[in-house]
Design a protein around this ligand. Structure first.
Ligand SMILES: O=C(O)C1=C[C@@H](OP(=O)(O)O)[C@@H](O)[C@H](O)C1
Ligand SMILES: C=C(OP(=O)(O)O)C(=O)O
Length: 446
């Protein structure tokens, strides 16, 4: 799990003054990836405001350019994309997805249907993540994809005319759902239908609609069924990306933990497939208020205000896991400061993220004096109201680094996070925003 990483930043996070103020968070990572991909596939001009300028989305942007999109970045932070109308160019070099699972899996759906030949790779973490989950259904659609050891990146793809598929997701994954829907849309013939037994984030469905695609959605006893007909043209669109609720979760958690805090995070995406963390926090007894609710580019957006207060342990049920999957590490930190036991089950997917997040959460919590049990599909945290502190390894995983930074703001001795650079994957301004709210942090080079 540990890789030697040269010249990284570390971060010391101390308990101190209350966190107070009103801040915004950077754009939603999932929506930014999709806006870039659909801008590449569309006919005409796509304008993306509020996009997430962070390493993962830069991987998507670079790949979109290599596949033929013309992209300009304006001084006021918009992307102007001139699309290819689905005629992808053969990239001259390997497509580097960096650390981004979403880039590799979702772009693969388009590449398998339309790029003459392409090779996708990524960093050491991404090259260990499972790819059969996208390779198998795309192969059933007629795709020609070769993978290292049959299941890992690098992936070599020879574009083919694909046919539609009727597919039930074996794992609740929005990335897999999106890859299949995109491939289905670009297929030569046949309707594509995806059934998801558990609801996953539906930004692909919402954004395709904004690009003029007819997406049929039904809620059936077996789960959501989403259908697309091939041959539909994506038309360039104006997309306003809301703030990322998964990034906001760290600020919200910090405000809930640090005595005397009151923080408002504005313009956050509140799509119900993403708000499981807020619901869980409410069950823990936190004071969470939503305001200024509105709809922007097909997504519900609003402001979240959180004030500090005592928390109690809760149960996270398997069915709610997809709605808070990326927030589970920071929820584990909240659980450590709560009174009582918090149990998470049905979250085996955490083991195949940027690192094994179950192992990393358990190791990190133990390093700061918290009792925790690991299960194959989750963890149990024994909260005692207070936490001692210590030093934690991020394992190069942005969500682990930020979760333990939050712990440091409330732990008696603070927390030192080794391997801080990875925060640039999704939230480069995280430390600056915490400091703006009044947090005490100290960076150093390792
Ligand atoms: O579709 C997406 O944008 C994402 C889906 C989730 O992954 P899975 O599809 O692997 O569940 C999530 O963990 C990831 O951060 C982003
Ligand atoms: C799992 C994540 O992203 P990805 O799968 O795109 O690497 C994440 O951001 O927590």
């Amino acid at each position: 799990m540990t890789e030697k990483r040269p010249l990284e930043q570390g971060m010391r996070c101390f308990p101190g003054s209350p966190l107070r103020g009103t801040v915004a968070v950077p754009g939603d990572k999932s929506i930014t990836h999709r806006a870039i991909l659909f801008g590449l596939l569309a006919e005409g001009r796509t304008e993306v405001s509020g996009w997430l300028d962070a390493a993962d989305c830069r991987s998507s942007l670079q790949i979109a350019r290599m596949l033929g999109a013309e992209v300009a970045e304006t001084d006021d932070g918009r992307l102007i994309i001139h699309g290819t109308a689905g005629n992808l160019r053969e990239p001259e070099d390997v497509l580097d997805c960096g650390n981004s699972g979403t880039t590799m899996r979702v772009f693969l759906g388009a590449i398998a249907a339309r790029a003459p030949f392409a090779v996708l790779t990524g960093d050491g973490s991404l090259r260990r993540r499972p790819m059969r989950r996208v390779i198998d259904p795309l192969t059933d659609m007629g795709a020609a994809i070769s993978a290292r050891s049959g299941r890992f990146a690098p992936l070599a793809v020879q574009g083919r005319a694909l046919r539609g598929i009727d597919y039930t997701l074996p794992v609740a994954s929005a990335q897999v759902k999106s890859a299949i829907l995109v491939a289905g849309l670009l297929a030569h013939d046949g309707v594509t239908a995806v059934t998801e037994p558990e609801a996953t984030r539906d930004h692909t469905e919402n954004l395709l609609t904004a690009f003029g695609v007819h997406v049929k959605r039904a809620s059936l006893p077996a789960g959501n069924r989403i259908e697309v007909e091939p041959g539909q043209v994506l038309r360039g669109a104006a997309v306003a990306v809301p703030g990322d609720p998964s990034s906001a979760a760290f600020l919200i958690a910090a405000a809930a933990l640090v005595p005397g805090s009151a923080v408002t995070v504005t313009g956050v995406g509140l799509n119900a497939t993403r708000t499981g963390f807020l619901r869980a926090l409410g069950r823990m007894g936190a004071q969470v208020e939503l305001g200024n609710l509105r709809k922007v580019s097909g997504e519900v957006v609003g402001d979240i205000t959180v004030t500090h207060g005592p928390l109690t342990g809760i149960e996270i049920e398997p069915a709610e896991v997809p709605s808070l999957i990326d927030e589970l590490p920071v929820l584990a930190v909240l659980a450590a400061f709560a009174e009582g036991t918090t149990r998470v089950r049905g979250a085996a997917e955490l083991r195949v993220k940027e690192t094994d997040r179950i192992a990393a959460v358990a190791e990190g919590l133990r390093s700061i004096g918290v009792q925790v049990d690991e299960a194959e599909d989750g963890f149990t945290v024994y909260g005692r109201g207070t936490v001692d502190g210590g030093a934690v390894d991020s394992h190069g995983d942005h969500r682990i680094a930020m979760s333990f930074a939050v712990a440091g703001l409330a732990a008696r001795r603070g927390v030192t996070v080794h391997g801080w650079d990875c925060v640039n994957i999704s939230y480069p301004s995280f430390a600056a925003t915490l400091e703006q709210l009044g947090a005490s942090l100290q960076a150093w080079s390792e």
